[in-house]
Design a binder for this molecule. Structure first.
Ligand code: RIB
Length: 630
């Protein structure tokens, strides 16, 4: 409204309006003066502040001070303005770059006779009398407690909600790409991940300086990490991510799930729509205005601080990770070691010194190998075990993640180093192994109890004995209670309690292990029968290159091996067990499952290392015809 419009409405000339509002109105009739004043008041004509002061006219104005880079700026301005208008008030908005500008803005607003101010800031400002006419807005609970009245929602809560939503769908490799200024989102994301006992790689979090920085560096770095889901702050980041995913031929949501923090119209039309965490910015603003109005009217009973919660707006950009859609669940309870493989032409005998050809390190351990084996073959697998909180532990943890193993059941022990296996490997690929259990001994009953639901939800439990005997026993009993079938590798023991044997569905010893648990001169068949009489349902004796022998209630037969040249037999049996479990979990018969396992382990021994050597599904499926040939 300008002076001309005021004059027109009052039916007088602009000079008359000017005279009235400047107090030079001696020659103006009282009737005209009153009429001009009424129009000035009704139209909230602002520039004549001195005059308003003089006449004690109320401005009907409120002020809003908001950061220029506030991502929900538009929603807040719209919310404040429409709520203010409903009360017959108008809005003056000041956009600021940083909080240092706030005092200046407040002063200018006071000069314009605003009745109250809404300030977007976690900081408090000494506004004297005007403090009773000020409401703050915040995106965190960490605002200055001297603020009298604050309406807020928490970005950290939005980060937590987003991560929770993705984890509900089975994701655990989740990236979080945000603007540096919104780092409390990362706090919520970290909290959610750690509550599920999931580790976060540094490279999964990107706090960018600008959208250009995020597009050029943050997004490519995160996508390189083989993550299955991303949390994006803002539609701009989401848009850049979707473009990059498209270039990398990753289809959203089939190969990459996405959730945005903060909703926007664009998210509705991006792809088939992007699921978002909706921030209650508009609602917070409306509530702030309602409160401010009460304060202006002199009410003293107003809310002092009010949190409003973000919520999820589903649009279908989240799916289960591809891997989690196959077979019944498999849980592994066992050891994880760093394998130190010493390659030499012949394994030294007592008193002998040998020069070695090479020393290499690989992620290993029977439990870890079996879990990775299942993951590589496309099974749904959960690991329960314990690592040291050290570099070796991180290396093994990464290997699990890379190979689609669910890791919430993996603990990190602060007092013990990650387990180690010292492996002497000869020129024929045969090996001897000495294991230092280290953190594997840290796997305790409390931890198993905490993750009992993983055992309960699984169809098969793969168990090996490089963990403490007590824990192995406890796990077997737990499986029995939960009707989870046990597949046991009886390494490094000489005796299994009879009460445990009857809980074992598949016992998979090699020849030496069979002779250790059933000593004496009897044949493999007789020893297997002896174990079956004690309650083991299926005995499968692995015989290296010769294949294996299987005995159960239906049959007793040998399955021939595959003549692949072995270079390193480490992990061959783990490969066999994981392949067996994967086929069984897909509802396949035992004999094809055993043949599938023979091929998988046959392939693994042609490669060096344990987890590295385990084949993926494609490598074994090549032999499908042979596997099903009777
Ligand atoms: O079964 C092979 C495994 O046994 C190796 O990876 C080593 O860690 C030992 O546990």
């Amino acid at each position: 409204m300008n002076i001309k419009e005021v004059a027109k409405l009052a039916g007088v000339s602009t000079s008359t309006v000017s005279k009235v509002i400047n107090g030079k109105d001696k020659d103006i009739s009282e009737k005209t003066r009153v009429r001009v004043l009424e129009v000035v008041k009704e139209s909230n004509y602002i520039p004549y502040l001195k005059f308003l002061e003089k006449e004690n006219l109320k401005s009907c104005l409120i002020g809003l001070i908001i950061r220029k880079d506030h991502k929900e700026r538009e929603a807040i301005v719209v919310g404040v303005e429409s709520a203010a208008n409903r009360h017959g008030y108008h809005l003056i908005v000041h956009y600021i770059d940083n909080t240092e500008e706030i005092m200046e803005c407040v002063e200018s607003m006071i000069q314009k006779k605003v009745s109250g101010i809404i300030i977007d800031s976690e900081e408090w400002f000494p506004l004297g009398k005007f403090e009773d006419m000020t409401v703050y807005l915040s995106q965190t609970r960490r605002f200055d407690e001297r603020q009298k009245i604050t309406f807020y929602y928490r970005l950290s809560e939005a980060g937590r909600l987003a991560a929770e939503r993705l984890m509900e769908s089975g994701h655990q490799k989740i990236a979080c790409i945000i603007d540096k200024k919104d780092s409390s989102i990362t706090d919520g994301y970290k909290f959610a991940m750690h509550s599920r006992n999931l580790q976060i790689k540094n490279t999964w979090i990107y706090e960018g300086e600008s959208i250009e920085d995020i597009e050029k560096r943050g997004i490519p770095e995160c996508l390189d990490e083989n993550i299955t889901a991303v949390i994006c702050r803002s539609w701009e980041i989401t848009y850049c991510l979707c473009k990059a995913a498209d270039r990398n031929r990753k289809i959203v949501p089939h190969e990459l799930s996405v959730i945005a923090i903060g909703d926007d119209l664009l998210l509705k039309v991006l792809g088939d729509g992007v699921t978002a965490v909706e921030l209650p910015a508009e609602e917070v603003s409306v509530r702030a205005v309602e409160c401010l109005m009460k304060m202006i009217q002199g009410e003293t009973h107003v809310e002092l601080a009010k949190e409003l919660n973000p919520s999820i707006l589903e649009r279908g950009s989240i799916m289960e990770p591809v891997r989690d859609r196959q077979g019944e669940k498999i849980v592994v309870v066992g050891s994880m070691n760093l394998d130190i493989t010493i390659e030499m032409s012949r394994i030294p005998i007592a008193g002998e010194t040998q020069i070695v050809k090479s020393v290499r390190q690989f992620p290993g351990g029977k439990g870890g190998n079996q879990a990775v084996g299942v993951g590589k073959l496309g099974g749904q697998v959960y690991m329960i075990g314990c690592l040291g909180n050290d570099m070796d532990g991180k290396l093994i943890y990464d290997s699990l993640l890379e190979n689609h193993v669910r890791t919430e059941g993996v603990a990190f022990d602060r007092s013990m180093a990650t387990g180690k296996a010292y492996i002497n490997l000869d020129k024929d690929g045969e090996s001897t192994i000495a294991v230092y259990q280290g953190a594997n001994r840290g796997l305790n009953i409390a931890h198993l109890n905490r993750f009992q639901h993983l055992i309960q939800n699984a169809k098969y439990c793969l168990l090996s004995l490089e963990i403490s005997e007590e824990i192995a026993e406890y796990a077997v009993k737990c499986c029995k209670r939960c009707h989870t079938e046990v597949i046991l590798k009886p390494s490094n023991i000489e005796y299994i309690k009879e009460e445990l044997l009857e809980c074992i569905d598949y016992l998979v010893p090699n020849e030496k292990e069979l002779h250790a648990i059933v000593p004496g001169e009897r044949t493999i068949e007789q020893k297997a029968e002896c174990l079956r009489k004690k309650g083991v349902k299926n005995v499968i004796v692995t015989l290296g290159a010769k294949g294996c022998y299987v005995q159960n209630a239906e049959y007793s037969l040998y399955v021939p091996g595959i003549a692949f040249g072995a270079v390193d037999t480490t992990g061959g049996a783990d490969s066999f067990i994981s392949a067996l479990a994967v086929y069984l979990s897909e509802g396949k018969e035992l004999l094809p499952a055993i043949r599938f396992a023979v091929y998988a382990s046959g392939i693994s021994v042609t490669r060096y290392g344990a987890q590295q050597s385990l084949p993926d599904r494609k490598a074994v499926d090549v032999y499908e015809d042979e596997i099903y040939r009777k």
